[in-house]
Design a protein around this ligand. Sequence first.
Ligand SMILES: [Zn+2]
Length: 317
Amino acid sequence: MKVIDFHCDTMLKIFESNQEAGLKENEFQVDIGKLQQGQVLAQFFALFFELDLVQEKKKSPFEHTLEMLECFEEELTRNSKDIALAKGFEDLVKNEKAKKISAFLTIEEGEALEGSMDNLSYFHQKGVRLITLTWNHENQIGFPNTRYKSQDRGLKPFGKEVIEGMNHLGMLIDVSHLSDGGFWDVVKLSKEPFIASHSNARSVKPHPRNLSDEMLKAIGNGGGVTGLNFAHYFLSSDGRSKIEPMITHMRHIINVAGSEALVFGTDFDGISGELEIENIGEMQQLIGAMEKGGFSTREIEQITHKNGLRIIREVLG
Ligand SMILES: [Zn+2]
């Protein structure tokens, strides 16, 4: 079964290894061999950074993101036989025909824009097609959802401009990590379906990073999707990342938001600890468990790739 994964942090690991590790084969949770083994059609690669660490080093978030972007481009060039950038649906189809994995480029931390709409256009031109508006820090776009205290705060004026700009450019707005107030502003302002690339159900595992049933419904009603996150914090209180709670979250999300509203957002290389699905190469084991868990073939096709293909086509073109 084909798979699309909307979130991994592998590029940060490669970037931080100073060229020691590469995309072809590495000890991380995502590399080309594992992507092939997992039958992955498209992998979204986040340019992720911790804003406080970058600011401590007095580095510009924009420049830092560009450095990571260059590292990503080098990896694609080095592995052009097996993987290629995709900016939209047609690229994905073309890559699939050429037996190549599609790599979508994303930014996780909207402060990469440094409050400039020109920087948004620049990143779009470089191939970025999804932006996770915040990580766990306040930025010029809005507030994070890691701390309940900022949970009600909405988007800032620049954040509202970014929504309009991303709609205009044809980019996926990602609300994972965003405050609940910011989420509801996106619901109000976005003219296109949006994504929570790596968030689970709050009523299954209470955690501010997960989405309430009302939020899940709003995503489903708007034609958006949420990506199942494999981090144990967002799955259960067990301290391990197990298949069983993944099934419970998936069933719940489908019941509340509809079977069109769920995709995968594994968070691989952003997660650690004991993992039942240890890396992207083991995705077919999860799909086997979904079959046993009572998901219909239609639902499995939707979750694994068809919902992803639809939103890519609708929003990115
Ligand atoms: Zn994240």
